[in-house]
Design a protein around this ligand. Structure first.
Ligand code: SAM
Length: 268
């Protein structure tokens, strides 16, 4: 099969990949047959998945709007994925036209496509790095340049830490980032949880065990502990639609069915 122009040479198209499976859930077009097959199976088992992913993107948008409204002009989006409508720089610039964003992802397809999309944007950079090596990530020249004393940064770890196993220690990743960002910076985090739909947790995690990137759903207590050292922004760690909803009606009657937990914390 001919390789589309946005696919880097050597990309494994036969194994499902979490960035591209997520793109399928969101109705994107940067995915291959193996990704679509995995998304199809996952949605067959759990029909609410596309709605959950949209709730996650909507949380990301509201959190970035909130931080930009508080004056934040620098964003580090880790595990940024394949850019879909409503990327961080687009949302932030509605409030702060001078917003700078460094996008980081481990997936070569996500990185290649982001570079293509952002090639004419002098205030955005795209870096390929593995967040499980946070020191290496912070040493990347584009990331190091973003972190200036006195300039708070919004660090996004949105729907990404569940791809870090307990042995790989997600808490350590957050601690390293916490210690390196300027005071006043914020952590924006969302995470797949085993609350809300505990009946779905095992089957869903089993599907991801077949990819190179297993998924670890965590409890509210574990996710809240990831914010250690940060001062929580009200209302703390809540289900995705509950974080600063545009209107009360947008929360819906059963926010727990979106299962993902989310929050924002400030580094003192
Ligand atoms: N943050 C975006 C959002 O919430 O819409 C995309 C989330 S997507 C579910 C997870 C992303 O994390 C994928 O693009 C994947 O490639 C990336 N990812 C997974 N493990 C990673 C790692 N160790 N380092 C950097 N990125 C990683």
């Amino acid at each position: 099969m001919k390789r589309p122009h946005w696919v880097p040479e050597g990309t494994d198209q036969d194994t499902p990949n979490v960035a591209r499976v997520y793109d399928c859930y969101l109705g994107g077009s940067h995915n291959f047959a193996a990704d679509r097959e995995m998304a199809r199976k996952a949605i067959e088992m759990w029909p609410d998945l596309p709605r959950i992913m949209r709730a996650n993107r909507a949380f990301l948008r509201r959190a970035v709007q909130y931080l930009a409204g508080e004056g934040c002009t620098r964003f580090l989006d880790i595990g940024s994925g394949i850019p879909t409508f409503g990327a961080v720089h687009e949302v932030a610039r509605e409030v702060r036209p001078d917003a700078r964003v460094v996008y980081v992802d481990i997936d070569p397809v996500a990185v290649a496509h982001s570079r293509l999309m952002l090639r004419d944007d002098p205030l955005c950079e795209v870096v390929r790095a593995d967040m499980r090596d946070p020191e290496g990530l912070l040493a990347e020249p584009a990331v190091a340049a973003l972190l200036r004393p006195g300039e708070p940064v919004g660090v996004l770890l949105v729907a990404v830490l569940h791809f870090v196993t307990d042995e790989e220690d997600p808490g350590r990743i957050v601690r390293v980032l916490h210690d390196e960002v300027p005071p006043g910076s914020a952590l924006v985090l969302s995470h797949a949880s085993s609350e809300g739909r505990p009946d779905q947790a095992e089957g869903h995690q089993e599907l991801y065990r077949r990819t190179p990137t297993p998924l670890t759903m965590r409890s509210r207590a574990d996710i809240t502990a990831l914010f250690d050292g940060f001062v929580p922004v009200e209302p703390g760690v809540v289900f995705l639609p509950e974080w600063h909803p545009e209107r009360l009606e947008t929360v819906g009657p059963h926010p727990e069915l979106t299962t993902g937990l989310a929050g924002v914390g400030r580094r003192p």
